[in-house]
Design a protein around this ligand. Sequence first.
Ligand code: FAD
Length: 346
Amino acid sequence: MREGEVDDLEVDHDLSDANTLALPSRAARFWRARTEGEVVQGLQLANEHGWEMTVLGGGSNVLLPRRIEGLTLCADLEGVSFAPGRGNAVHVEVGAGVGWHALVESCVERELWGIENLALIPGLAGAAPIQNIGAYGVEIADVLDWVELVDRRDGRRYRLDREACELEYRDSVFKRELANQVVITRLGLTLSSRPAPKLDYGALSEHVAAPASARDVFAAVCAIRREKLPDPARTPNAGSFFKNPFVSGIQASHLLSQMPSMPHYPQPDGRVKLAAGWLIDQCGLKGYRQGSFGVHDRQALVLVHFGGGTLEGLLAFADQIVETVHARFEVTLEREPRWVGARSIG
Ligand SMILES: Cc1cc2nc3c(=O)[nH]c(=O)nc-3n(C[C@H](O)[C@H](O)[C@H](O)COP(=O)(O)OP(=O)(O)OC[C@H]3O[C@@H](n4cnc5c(N)ncnc54)[C@H](O)[C@@H]3O)c2cc1C
């Protein structure tokens, strides 16, 4: 198959508007695959030419270099279908290219429960299992049944059930053993027609009066998020730039003896999860700006790009935050957005 034989293959494609951090980036070749067959075709093309392949969704959780060589592919499969299951269960099948927020909205309109707390998370459905998206006490792990994939090595299509996806806090098999080895094409979720509001996280219960509909919870989540988080369309960002860190019980006790008001969440395995945003805020960094990048003035977990910056500049800025937090608390923050096309940085 020759490059020119593939319809819609864009050469030297500008990705600056295709990543919510608005980092300047260009893809040597870019292809929107609309079917599983086209995903396989893309893989074949990359293999035949020896091109490195990069998979991109909505670009809301990636750090893009100036140029991505090889082939950048977006699995843009459409379609959402609903089928009744046992009792109150409703099975939802969704294409990887469906916008996550649009999916949440269409489920809420049907009064289906399960993902209303995950409203306004940017990006496409296909990327949702990669870091097990979560917000307001709910993760996609709570509703995911299966993920359909194309194996990048041999084009084989197969299904992984939830167990095999090994979903954990901001983590999954797709960031570990299967990192850069599969393209997710479809997801299966099970939602419920029986009301099951989850309001025990953050300020959600203060915003929703009982009895609440799925739409009420959805509207409350949207309102809280709009108040707290910068809109990437106006202020480029990638959401939480750092993961909430886990520390040992001993270290948590030590920190709590110095700062009794420190938010902390004991885990079943004895570790304690801390709030990265709170730690950054305690270092006086909320609203801190240097050059093109800054810490958001309402949510210290979010780094924002004021324009004119590059990936290298962002990484240097983020390193400063990590070092400052480490010097004060001896806690190491890990980055959440994923670095793609790394070999072609330049
Ligand atoms: C303002 C803002 C708020 C956010 N809030 C939250 C939040 O509350 N909770 C949360 O969990 N996240 C949040 N995020 C992060 C982000 O929205 C999610 O991680 C989202 O799932 C990323 O989707 P995407 O389509 O943009 O993926 P991308 O950023 O394009 O890609 C992310 C990773 O997934 C891979 N990938 C993408 N699609 C596929 C596919 N089909 N097959 C295989 N690999 C693929 C990419 O190679 C990359 O490694 C937020 C981001 C922003 C900008």
